[in-house]
Structures are given as structure tokens and as C-alpha cells.
Design a protein around this ligand. Structure first.
Ligand SMILES: [Zn+2]
Length: 463
């Protein structure tokens, strides 16, 4: 009741409250369901995100697709009208829904007219509690998941994955270092018992966060307490710890990508060292700085690459920074040298103070328009749930402001002093090599024909 009173106060508060996007009052129902309700600036619409704390990382390699398959199955239907009937109900409410399974969570994403928000939430609740699936539905969902993952996993695909030809350079390095499963997860062997177990263990209110942003209904808090408060909590399941680097990988490798072509890609990947504080913002700014440095050196000064880029990725429990460039295959050695020179110069002279400040201010300015509208805010809260504390999300602009040149220099040194991993992607043959091969083949064929002709002439007696 206390939270209900508090929620009513929240909905009646000043419009200024809606404008501070980092201030979001959240509370938990007695069954553990976390609620984040935020009045938005756009009228007539609500954005709903139901975040279920189960993702691909919670499962072994051979069971990886379980949460994803379950997510699809939950749209199988809540009564005899099946999947189509469920969709028709959402259409009748004027809403739109979808769901996504990531490494960390499974999230139901809904956009709906404000006037139907409680009915839409009712439909979502029915989907969670009423959906019954049979073997036919499981097989149908398996085909869909397979198609999403790039079609049936054929013997050839599996062979190529083992030969490291089927992964991107960073994924492939993650496999080499034991951070990622070597082969694509398969759905075929997954059983109904396994799916039921996942649903029971993880689809519980104490493992969910419901985010509603927009033109909030005054009756929403009371409705949520009554309808969603009836869900039963379960004993929480532990998330497994994320894999760390377990094996070593070659410093340098060439990966064959495709058959014929003159293009190539260069990647230098390196694990991000652990820093004391604010390391995420520090590496974000460093990434921007390095991308600009690559652009200046590889594109503007040397004309070797059209769109070089820096990237941050996480595999298992390890964050990676990578410096990447699209190239002509004839320019690989030169580009490697430019990259080495760039790293050496940064280590010797440090980051340029003016450039660093310009990039930092641009990143801060970007925050003013980075998140727009109810849906943008709901997505932002979803992505930043880990940064929510005492009714506030951390303000990225303030955190970026706190990153000093000294801290960025320290991070840069720890990053670039590592040898890292160099990966070159290129097709098996260049265009020229193919021309030479064809020329050679034609030549050999010509010689064979000539030889055959001469021998025939010798063996035919003249008159
Ligand atoms: Zn899917």
C-alpha cells in the first residue's frame, strides 16, 4: 500500500520530473517484481519493456538456444485460436510487440496507445501465464530459430566453423581464447522438459523488471499491484560466472574469407585492462580518440582505408578493444606499419590534449540528444538497469566529464603496451592470381593439345 501511495504521488508530480530522464522512481511489488514507471513527454503512447533475467550466458554450449526458443514459444498462443489469435488481440489493441534474447536477458518490447495500456499489459501477462505449447509448436519454433541463425546448420557449415572460416575475426579470437562456443548452438535436440524447466526457474516476478514510459494511466500502479502482484515468486537461480581467458591464441593469423577478391581487412584486438574506476567511460572516450587517429592516419594521411574503425566488444567476462581497417590486399604490410607507428607515437607522446578535450566535449554534447522520446527512454533504462540506484540512473554526461586526460593516458598505455592479436581477413585468391591461374591452365591445355596433335601426325603414315 505504501508503494501504491508513493506511485500515485509520482504520477501526479510536476512535469519537470518528466524532463529529468535520469530520475526514475522504481519500486518492487511484494512478489519481487521490479517496476520502473516514468512519465514521458509524448502524449497518447506508452513504451513497455519487460526484462526477464535469463539469457544465453546462463546455459552450456549445447543448450544455448533454450531461452531463445522459449521466447519464440511464448508467442504460440494462449487459447484455441493459437498464434494468429494472439496476434489479432494485439492488433485490436493497436499495439505492436516483439521479443529479443541476448547474452544477459530476454526482453519483451511493446509500443501501445496509452488508452489501452492496462489491456496490453493484461495480454502480456496472459502470454506469460497461459501459453501452453505442444510438440508441433516446439518444432515450428525450432524452424524459425534455425532460420534466424542463418538457416539449417549443415554438415558443411559445421565443418567450416571448425576450420574457423565461419566466424568474424573477433568472434573467432573469442573461440580461440575459450570465451565463446566453437560451434553454433543447435535447437534440434532441445526437449519440452528442458523448456519447461527454464520457464519455471527463470520466468518469475522476482527475476523480472517491468519498465513503462510515457503517458501513464493514473490507475496503473493499482492495476499492477493487483494483476502482476498475483504472480508467484520462485527460489532465485544463480547466474553462472562468465568465462575468462583460458587458453592462449596465436599473435598473428590470416583468415581466409571468400574465394576471389582484392579486398582485405586488418584487425588488431586487445583485451581491455581492468582500471580502478570509471573504466567504461574512459574506454569509450579512448575508443573515439583511437577511431579518429585511425581515420587521420589510414585515410587522410596515407589513403589506405576508406572507413577504419575502433570497436569495443565483450566476450564472456572479457572486454576487447579493436582497431580495424578495410584495405586492398596489396596494402596490408603498409597498413600494419602505419598502425605500428601510430601506436608507438601514442606511447611516446601520449594523447594530444586538444584532441582529447574536443572528443570528450563532443561525447558529452551527444548525450543531450542521444535518447529521444518514450521508446528511446525505455530502451535506455533497459540497457542501463545495472546503473540504477536510489531512484536515479547514472548520468553519462557527468561520468564522461569526470574522465581526465591523465586517466585516459594511463588506460591508453596499459592497452597499447600489450602485444594484442593481429588478424588479417582476405579471400583465397586475388583477382590477378585468378587471371594467372586461368592463363596458366589455358597454356597447359594448349601444350597438351599441341603434343597430342604432333603425336597423331607422327603416327599417321604419309603417302
Ligand atoms: Zn528470435
Amino acid at each position: 500500500m505504501r508503494c501504491l501511495l508513493f506511485a500515485c504521488l509520482l504520477l501526479g508530480s510536476l512535469p519537470a520530473f518528466a524532463l529529468d530522464r535520469f530520475q526514475v522512481e522504481g519500486y518492487a511489488l511484494p512478489n519481487g517484481l521490479q517496476l520502473l514507471l516514468k512519465p514521458g513527454t509524448e502524449r497518447g503512447h506508452v513504451a513497455i519493456r519487460l526484462v526477464v533475467g535469463v539469457g544465453l550466458d546462463d546455459f552450456d554450449c549445447n543448450e544455448k538456444e533454450l531461452p531463445h526458443l522459449l521466447e519464440h514459444l511464448l508467442f504460440s498462443g494462449i487459447d484455441a485460436t493459437g498464434e494468429g489469435g494472439l496476434e489479432e488481440r494485439m492488433q485490436a489493441l493497436g499495439g505492436d510487440w516483439n521479443a529479443f534474447t541476448s547474452n544477459a536477458d530476454t526482453t519483451f518490447v511493446i509500443e501501445a496507445p496509452a488508452k489501452n495500456q492496462r489491456k496490453v499489459l493484461d495480454l502480456l501477462l496472459d502470454l506469460l501465464t497461459q501459453t501452453r505449447f505442444d510438440d508441433n509448436a516446439i518444432n515450428a519454433a525450432k524452424r524459425v530459430v534455425e532460420r534466424e541463425d542463418g538457416g539449417h546448420y549443415t554438415r558443411l557449415r559445421r565443418f567450416l566453423d571448425r576450420q574457423d572460416l565461419g566466424h568474424s575475426a573477433s568472434n573467432q579470437l573469442a573461440v580461440e581464447l575459450g570465451l565463446k562456443c566453437p560451434q553454433r548452438a543447435e535447437v534440434e535436440g532441445l526437449t519440452r522438459e528442458q523448456l519447461d524447466k527454464v520457464r519455471k526457474a527463470w520466468y518469475a516476478p522476482n527475476n523480472m523488471t517491468l519498465i513503462v514510459v510515457g503517458d501513464l494511466d493514473k490507475l496503473l500502479p493499482a492495476y499492477l499491484e493487483r494483476a502482476w502482484g498475483a504472480l508467484e515468486a520462485v527460489d532465485p537461480s544463480e547466474h553462472r560466472s562468465l568465462p575468462d581467458i583460458r587458453t592462449s591464441a596465436a599473435h598473428e593469423r590470416t583468415i581466409t574469407r571468400g574465394f576471389i577478391g582484392n579486398s582485405a581487412k586488418l584487425h588488431w584486438l586487445v583485451p581491455e585492462p581492468m582500471l580502478d574506476d570509471q573504466y567504461d567511460e574512459t574506454f569509450d572516450l579512448l575508443k573515439e580518440y583511437l577511431e579518429w587517429a585511425l581515420y587521420r592516419e589510414l585515410r587522410l594521411n596515407h589513403g589506405l582505408s576508406y572507413g577504419p574503425w575502433a570497436e569495443r566488444e565483450v566476450f564472456g567476462g572479457v572486454g576487447f578493444m579493436s582497431l580495424n581497417a578495410d584495405l586492398d590486399r596489396g596494402d596490408i604490410a603498409e597498413a600494419e606499419q602505419v598502425l605500428e607507428d601510430l601506436k608507438a607515437s601514442l606511447l611516446k607522446n601520449g594523447l594530444d590534449a586538444d584532441t582529447f578535450n574536443r572528443i570528450k566535449q563532443a561525447a558529452i554534447a551527444h548525450q543531450a540528444w542521444a535518447v529521444q522520446g518514450n521508446s528511446g527512454m525505455a530502451d535506455y533504462y533497459w540497457s542501463a538497469l545495472g546503473d540504477y540506484e536510489d531512484g536515479r540512473f547514472a548520468d553519462p554526461a557527468r561520468e564522461l566529464q569526470g574522465v581526465t586526460l591523465e586517466a585516459a593516458n594511463k588506460a591508453m598505455r596499459e592497452l597499447l603496451l600489450q602485444p594484442g592479436y593481429l588478424r588479417i581477413e582476405k579471400p583465397l585468391f586475388s583477382d590477378d592470381q585468378v587471371l594467372w591461374l586461368i592463363g596458366g591452365a589455358v597454356g597447359v591445355l594448349g601444350l597438351v593439345l599441341l603434343g597430342w596433335h604432333l603425336r597423331r601426325r607422327k603416327s599417321v603414315p604419309s603417302d
